[in-house]
Design a protein around this ligand. Structure first.
Ligand SMILES: [Zn+2]
Length: 450
């Protein structure tokens, strides 16, 4: 029987955390603000208002593109994308069509050998927000428009449809969220809508284990309105199941946009797409095209901080700490800086990086001690206690050995199983104090001396 392999592509929208909007001077920080208080003729789309591009947003988009190994177009421009909807006051959105800022990138999925190709990354303006209010009945309901979000810079990243499993999709997206936060270009907060996900998915019937181009399906289903990774995982799994069921029966999957009902754990049809929408794109006449020199691109590149993937590698090479510790530190930049500062202070003499990371993470000592200096001072004090207890451990071992001469005899006759019993006795005598590894080593040393 042939297998079905999911073919998944992603579209990710990220709202940039610039001070002002994309084409006017209004504040871009729109979350939970009084409706329609951060607006002007430009972002309200009033006739005659002239947009001017926010260079900081362009720079951030290029920075994001470089971090995803994209090629930066030396020539790019903005275009008008036309469609009618109440959240779009001008009747068009300023976006980018044939010359986006970034193209042809590739990005490694964390903990995997696979790379995903990035088709493009472009910059556009966000739309206004519709607020639906229902009165006593649905008929009496009204829809209000809040223009505070209108014109906020929005980056769109499109991947090639190259994911073949849901786990990879989720780890890729989590890494993008982390990357964006490292770059400091967005909070990428899905609850607040500053990161939004869309996935397109179809199933390929493959005879071989690897997909051939002729296996690629001729349809795709878009999943929209997804506001968490958990939600996306469930929606993708439900959709894969649905498409498999149709294809196994010999049916055809309709090309359409679907939403996800978490309560019923099914996807449902929202809009059937007959063919590609005609947006009547044309160049935005009010904004001149943008040209980048090599030096400008190099300049932006130099502003990119160390990114998560590089940090993981460096932490492993420099400190030799476990993968689990590394991941915890990489996920929390502040904590990682605290850890590195602590290692620097301790100077690698009495305390190992491993013990510093362990104390920091397992006991949350960075919360107890505001400064890494205090933390290291405390750790050194503790470890002195620990060293002085070495004598205590040795005394306890001597006592246990003389109290259990039969076990000692058994050990010398080749029964090494008794070690566990003896360790237990020592621990009992120490009332649980002392490091197990140290007890074991000291015990064996003592037995061999015997
Ligand atoms: Zn404005």
């Amino acid at each position: 029987m042939s297998r079905f392999i999911p073919v998944i592509g992603l579209e990710v929208h990220i709202e940039l955390a610039t001070k002002s909007k994309m084409f006017c001077g209004c504040s871009a920080d729109h979350f939970a603000k009084e409706p329609n208080t951060q607006v002007c003729p430009v972002c309200l789309g009033l006739p005659g208002a002239l947009p001017y591009a926010n260079f900081s947003a362009i720079e951030q988009t290029v920075m994001f593109g470089l971090s995803m190994n994209c090629k930066i177009n030396r020539f790019s421009k903005f275009d008008r994308k036309h469609y009618f909807y109440p959240d779009l006051p001008k009747g068009y959105q300023i976006s980018q069509y044939d010359f986006p800022f970034c193209v042809k990138g590739k990005f490694q999925i964390p903990n995997s050998k696979n790379q995903i190709r990035i088709r493009r990354i472009h910059l556009e303006e966000d739309t206004a927000k519709l607020v639906h209010q229902f009165g006593d009945s649905k008929e009496k309901g009204i829809s209000l428009v809040d223009f505070n979000r209108s014109g906020v810079p929005l980056v769109e990243m499109v991947t090639e449809p190259e994911f073949s499993d849901v786990d990879s999709v989720i780890s890729f997206l989590q890494e993008i969220q982390l990357l964006v936060r490292y770059l400091g270009i967005s909070s990428a907060d899905m609850e607040k809508g500053s990161m939004r996900l869309e996935a397109n998915i179809s199933l390929a019937k493959a005879q071989k284990s690897k997909l051939q181009s002729e296996d690629l399906p001729n349809y795709k289903v878009e999943l929209k309105n997804i506001n968490s990774f958990r939600f996306l995982r469930k929606a993708l799994n439900a959709e894969i199941k649905r498409q498999k069921r149709i294809l196994r029966k010999g049916g055809k999957v309709t090309q359409e946009t679907r939403g996800y009902d978490e309560y019923k754990n099914i996807t449902f049809s929202q809009r059937i797409k007959e063919e590609a929408m005609d947006y009547r794109y044309f160049p935005e006449p009010d904004i001149p095209p943008i040209r980048f020199s090599k030096t400008q691109i190099e300049d932006i590149k130099s502003k990119i901080p160390e990114l998560p993937a590089a940090k993981r590698k460096r932490l492993e090479e420099k400190y030799g700490i476990s993968k689990e510790y590394i991941e915890i530190l990489v996920q929390d930049k502040r904590r990682c800086d605290y850890f590195e500062k602590s290692c620097e202070i301790s100077g690698n003499k009495e305390l190992s990086a491993k013990s510093i990371a362990g104390a920091l993470i397992n006991q949350n000592l960075d919360r107890k001690f505001e400064s890494p200096y205090e933390f290291i001072r405390y750790l050194k004090k503790i470890s002195k206690k620990y060293y002085s207890s070495l004598k205590e451990i040795e005394d306890a071992i001597q006592k246990v050995l003389s109290d259990n001469s039969k076990a000692v005899k058994d050990y010398h006759e080749g029964n090494s199983n008794v070690i566990g019993f003896l360790i237990g006795q020592v621990q009992k005598m120490l009332k649980g104090r002392g490091e197990p590894k140290l007890i074991r080593e000291s015990l064996i040393k003592a037995l061999q001396k015997d």
